[in-house]
Design a protein around this ligand. Sequence first.
Ligand SMILES: Cc1ncc(COP(=O)(O)O)c(C=O)c1O
Length: 403
Amino acid sequence: MKTIAHGPAFMVDEKGYYGRFGGAYIPEILHRNVKQLSDAFAHYVDDRDFNHELDILLSDYVGRPSPLYRAARLSERYGAEIYLKREDLNHTGAHKINNAIGSVLLARRMDKKHIIAETGAGQHGVATATVCALMGMDCTVFMGATDVMRQQPNVQRMQMLGARVVAVESGNKTLKDATNEAIRYWCCHPDSFYVIGSTVGPDPYPRMVAHFQSVISREMKAQLLEHTGREFPDAVVACVGGGSNAAGAFYHFIDNQDVRLIAAEAAGMGVDTDMTAATISVGTEGIIHGARTMVMQTPDGQIVEPYSISAGLDYPGIGPLHAHLADCGREEVVAITDREALDAAMLLTRTEGIIPALESAHALAALERIRFESGQTIVVNLSGRGDKDMHTYLSNLPSDFGR
Ligand SMILES: Cc1ncc(COP(=O)(O)O)c(C=O)c1O
């Protein structure tokens, strides 16, 4: 396979394929846009001025590096050294801003004036609306009507930031439907710049988003060295919706086979029910939103509506990078139910005083499932904070709450 730079070295080829997953399956009308984006990314990815501007914004505006925190009480519980990579402490409360800043900076270099985005949990929408406010760009965010209801605080934040939020009423009104609508709008308005919020979509998006998120594992390496004297942990755990926080957390460890990469996907009510979003566990190969990947679909190729309590993981596809890593056994996949995620969120809240995003709670729940040797170093990527999920948490309180 001929590889190109800016994907973990052995993995992505010049057409954006990770093994047999990826590529760019797009309508004719978008060819020019996608080509321009590929060219611009190739040009700026190593550009000194571009990276200088990006680095300053990541440090002074986002607050990076995000801390790597040794969770003492969790470590005691699991008999391992548990570290949390605190992406929840970033400005806007999640990892999504890492990609939003890089992408909107690129859009500005390409002289684009109007940014569009899809969002599930609202974190990518808020991050994009934030960067657009910062850079004086127009912003339209597509969001499924179900998610508009369950992530109200983020809808209000986007509106306050000046973005137009379009509630999408098709399908089951979640992330897939928001993405469909964003792509439809993009086809009719090819001058707009589509900031995709995860490692999904046609090439170059998966490798571009992974690149902008790779700052997470770049920092982890330096921070681990400081904390433990070793750059490499024994395992990294992250939740996967489309796969961007996991891509960022795994990126600089992919080539080191001694580091276990553990992806937590959303089982919803269980992988053996029809209310699940565990795409890698139950999906088959197909095409969704411009890429060949694992898809939840019927035998004749109709998308199966996903379900998860977590809006950010409620998606019937997965980034091609993860489809490939799982396919070749490099990435271990655990499917976490709603109940397990809620319990893990409560555990973190009561043992460490940190309320995680529901998405991140899936990664924390994986600690109950995976076997590791005593004393091993495990990093959990805490992709976001739980403010947006307070309503869901409060409606699902355990019976002993308040005691
Ligand atoms: C806090 C948080 N974590 C994780 C995700 C899942 O996205 P990804 O798999 O791209 O990291 C989302 C998506 O909205 C999110 O808001």
